[in-house]
Write a protein that binds this ligand. Structure first.
Ligand code: ADP
Ligand code: MG
Length: 141
């Protein structure tokens, strides 16, 4: 099933993420596609809020994954934008996260495509300059 949502502010994208976070279930993996500045992190912050996480969520800069344990389920936020080699995923023990009991979100998942389980759900955030600077189309597959 595919769902499409259009937003015209970061707040609305956050809210779309929050709705997903409210429904997210143990063991789910979501991959987020979209260019730099599309809103992947804003969406992820919403997911975290929906899971009941109160800590501030930002893209992990010096680590590949950031772990949040204060919500309804463990939340693992991956941003693999700066990954140099796919072996870095083994080094952090990614399988414990991907096949654990929490919820995973992966920004820039295309860089580690071969590691992404087929069960992962794909979310794409796209801009459309013709529809304004703050317009985003969010597709959940
Ligand atoms: P990414 O993680 O995809 O690189 P970010 O979430 O860090 O992107 O940044 C998205 C930027 O776009 C933020 O500065 C945000 O304020 C801005 N923005 C403008 N309109 C929207 C929108 N509709 N949804 C999400 N972000 C938006
Ligand atoms: Mg980001």
């Amino acid at each position: 099933m595919e769902t499409m949502i259009e937003t015209t502010s970061p707040k609305e994208t956050f809210e779309a993420g929050r709705q997903l976070g409210l429904l997210a279930q143990s063991g789910e993996i979501y991959i987020l596609n979209g260019e730099l500045g599309a809103g992947k992190t804003v969406f992820t912050q919403g997911v975290a809020a929906g899971l009941g996480i109160r800590e501030h969520v930002n893209s992990p800069t010096f680590t590949i994954v950031q772990v949040y344990d204060s919500g309804r389920l463990p939340f693992y936020h991956f941003d693999v934008y700066r990954i140099g080699d796919i072996e870095e995923m083994d080094e952090i023990g990614y399988e414990d996260y991907f096949f654990g009991n929490g919820v995973c979100i992966v920004e820039w998942a295309e860089l580690i495509a071969e590691l992404i389980p087929r069960s992962a759900r794909k979310i794409t955030i796209e801009k459309n300059p013709e529809k304004g600077f703050d317009y985003r189309k969010i597709t959940v597959e």
